[in-house]
Unconditional design. Structure first.
Length: 61
């Protein structure tokens, strides 16, 4: 039982680490979707990105 919990814990941390590697977003990035305009706008810096999929990279200058 303890071995199973240890494997599960390691798996959760590994998933979180691999999911984070594909993104440059930080806590300062606050992307909001504007569906009518078909774009995403950052509430923190005002950057705009077109498309339906959520941004995965910070565009802060």
């Amino acid at each position: 039982m303890p071995l199973l919990l240890l494997v599960l814990l390691i798996g959760v941390f590994a998933y979180a680490w691999f999911a984070r590697r594909g993104s440059t977003l930080t806590r300062a990035c606050l992307w909001r979707q504007e569906k009518a305009a078909g774009q995403w706008r950052c509430a923190a810096c005002g950057a705009v990105q077109k498309g339906a999929a959520g941004p995965r990279h910070c565009l802060r200058a």
